[in-house]
Design a protein around this ligand. Structure first.
Ligand SMILES: [Mg+2]
Length: 228
């Protein structure tokens, strides 16, 4: 069997970056901001990143995108931060966002592989996802990684799913795709002929509207029951 896996919200996540950003701004740049001011600036940065991340299809594009993100962050900070050099703000921004793997991710990937299943990450991300998967110990636990910025197509387009299946030499009919959004993961998988499973870690909000028959699991351990 084949398992395709979304990255953010499915395999990896990050701590709220505002407290760390606030500390780094004080420590490295001598600028004091309130936590809410740091949070507002991060929201502006993340909004730009979400719109633009597929520009970062190579390292040069990534460097340019990161500079633009740092500029967006600076522009959304209080005026006293506007003199910070953008190039000096890039490492501060990157260090404020710390990705980590969900606690069960490595064990579940290892267990799936031990049963002979093949695994691919299918993510809407820039080229730096490879660094994140390396740093979190997940890169060596999957057989392929498909990144929207490298491919030129993002979920819910069918191309990322097709590229992952091709990389694994697999057919859509024997594949599952696990992801945390209906919009990108469930819809895209269905369009690509892959069976979707929604990873819904946050159960405080109402269930999202979803096509019938799509299983929901609270974390990745739920995949082990599907992998019969
Ligand atoms: Mg996601």
């Amino acid at each position: 069997m084949t398992f395709l896996l979304d990255a953010l919200g499915t395999l990896v996540t990050f701590d709220p970056p505002a407290p760390r950003l606030r500390a780094l701004l004080a420590e490295r740049h001598g600028i004091e901001v309130a936590e809410e001011e740091a949070a507002a600036a991060m929201r502006a940065e993340i909004a730009l990143y979400r719109r633009e991340h597929d520009r970062a299809s190579d390292r040069a594009g990534l460097a340019e995108l990161r500079r633009d993100c740092a500029a967006a962050l600076r522009g959304a900070l209080p005026e006293r931060a506007h003199d910070i050099d953008v190039d000096e703000l890039v490492p501060t921004l990157l260090d404020a966002i710390r990705f980590f793997a969900y606690p069960e991710a490595a064990d579940v990937l290892d267990a799936l592989r031990a049963r002979g299943h093949r695994l691919a990450v299918v993510s809407n991300w820039d080229v730096s996802l490879r660094d994140v998967l390396d740093a979190t110990g997940l890169a060596e636990r999957v057989d392929a990684v498909v990144i929207s910025a490298e491919l030129g197509f993002a979920k819910p387009s069918v191309e990322p799913f097709a590229a992952a299946l091709e990389a694994l030499g697999a057919e859509p009919s024997g594949a599952w795709h696990a992801g945390d959004t209906v919009e990108h993961d469930v819809a895209g998988a269905l369009a690509a002929g892959v069976r979707p499973v929604l990873v819904r870690r946050e159960i405080l909000s109402p269930a999202p509207p979803m096509p019938p028959g799509v299983p929901t699991i609270p974390d990745l351990r739920g995949l082990l029951a599907l992998a019969v």
